[in-house]
Design a protein. Structure first.
Lengths: 224, 220
């Protein structure tokens, strides 16, 4: 077997562009998930079944769906059925974001649940209104738990985003695919894209580690 | 918009066969993942860093690789580079199994860590060998602890198995794509496939939830 790594080097521009598209999809989808996740988590935590049940179903639905199925359904299925013609990039961001908003909702819920009920009572007894309590007392404490998990989720989203090329997003894998077909060198180009994913995930996992450390600083005991 | 039910009633047998292939891939991958995961977890339980290292590297490597990338790499890359060709279904099971093996090893590891050190001491003190200790004392407890997490992992595998059609495994999504290309009815086929997938994952997720309460360790 002969490796022709110079082909990969020559194709560094499209591969880099693809990597940026992959990152763009993952980052924008994270934004969608972060925004949608919180209201869903709050609905899910409602005492009233009428409110919490739809949120529960939403979470179950999107947790049980794979990106590949959802993206094909939205991109091809919905365009024929109801004439909804989303561009592929938007479809990818929305699908990845929706799926992960369900996970994000569970992350928010865990975070909010770690804040004891006593905190609400204490804040109420100080005469703070319900909304300021949530914003100033509960949310900051919950975010300590939420932010590291969200960062972890982002790493998963980055990996999941590898599939978005199936609807025509020019991400890293789609570029690698095109180059593979052009040169008929699958091993070189797939190895290269695997290496890029490895580096990205490694880098972001390190970031997650640092974030975790930073956000648990006040509960760490010094010197063991 | 009109939902063409005939597409489904005419093709129910194809849907069934394709679903069974998806299940088949998922089940075999689960078996591979459990084997790989257990071995890795035992290696990582070793106190010798040289024994631990390969397991650590394996987990780090496979956890950072998207399934889609590994699938294409194994199926197309190996064929051309090493003249090593897998059948599509073998490549699918291998990649899904090897990647999930990394996750399974973490699950088994947490199960191993949940076994109290005193159990090892007690086992040794009544004269069990290492092999006997693991077989008769440690692993039965590990298996019980990991049941819920394993069921969850299976849901993940089932979701991962949706993409194996990309390399030509005739699974549910492959069928849906093919049929769509033939009939130009994407909504009917993708919706049906989606419903089949969601109901499968929901059933297993519910099972995982049930097992979690059923096999919860209670403090005596």
């Amino acid at each position: 077997m002969d490796l022709r790594l110079n082909l990969v080097w020559n194709a560094r521009r499209p591969l880099l562009e693809g990597t940026l598209v992959t990152l763009e999809v993952a980052i924008l989808a994270l934004g969608v998930a972060l925004v949608l996740g919180l209201p869903i988590a709050l609905l899910r935590m409602s005492r009233f079944k009428v409110i919490s049940l739809p949120a529960f179903l939403y979470i179950q639905f999107f947790r049980g769906t794979s990106l590949y199925v959802l993206i094909l359904w939205v991109f091809f299925g919905l365009s024929i059925a109801i004439g909804l013609n989303l561009p592929s990039f938007e479809a990818a961001v929305i699908c990845l974001g929706l799926l992960n908003s369900a996970y994000m909702a569970e992350v928010y819920r865990t975070g909010l649940n770690t804040v004891g009920f006593g905190q609400w009572e204490a804040a109420r007894s100080l005469g703070i209104g319900e909304l300021p309590i949530f914003r100033l007392v509960v949310l900051p404490q919950a975010l300590r738990v939420v932010i590291p998990s969200a960062a972890n989720l982002f790493v998963d989203m980055l990996k999941d985003a590898a599939i978005v090329g199936v609807v025509g997003v020019w991400d890293l894998m789609k570029q690698a695919d095109r180059l593979t077909k052009f040169h008929f060198r699958p091993f070189e180009f797939y190895t290269a894209s695997a290496a890029v994913y490895f580096v990205l995930v490694f880098f972001f996992s390190r970031v997650v580690g640092l974030i975790e450390k930073r956000f648990s600083r006040h509960v760490q005991t010094r010197g063991g | 918009m009109e939902f063409d039910w005939r597409m489904i009633t005419d093709n129910w047998q194809n849907f069934l066969n394709a679903t069974l292939i998806t299940y088949y891939v998922a089940a075999l991958s689960m078996a591979v993942a459990m084997g790989v995961g257990l071995v890795l977890a035992l290696l990582r339980a070793s106190r010798n860093p040289i024994v631990q290292a390969p397991a650590r590297i394996y987990v780090g490597f496979f956890r950072s690789l998207p399934l889609y990338v590994f699938l294409l790499w194994l199926y197309y890359g190996f064929k051309v580079a090493f003249n090593l060709s897998f059948q599509a279904i073998q490549a699918a099971v291998l990649s899904l199994g090897l990647i999930s093996g990394a996750y399974m090893s973490e699950i088994f590891r947490s199960g191993l860590l949940a076994v109290d050190r005193g159990q090892y001491e007690a086992g040794f003190s009544i004269g069990l060998t290492m092999g006997q200790l693991y077989r008769k004392v440690v692993l039965p407890q590990v298996f019980r602890t990991v049941i819920p997490a394993t069921a969850n992992q299976f849901v993940g595998i089932l979701k991962g198995a949706t993409i194996v059609g990309i390399i030509g495994v005739f699974d549910l999504m492959y069928f849906a794509r093919n049929a769509t290309a033939r009939t130009f009815k994407p909504f009917e086929f993708y919706s049906t496939a989606g419903i089949i997938f969601i109901s499968s994952t929901l059933v297993f997720a519910a099972l995982a939830g049930y097992l979690e309460t059923r096999y919860r360790w209670r403090r005596a």
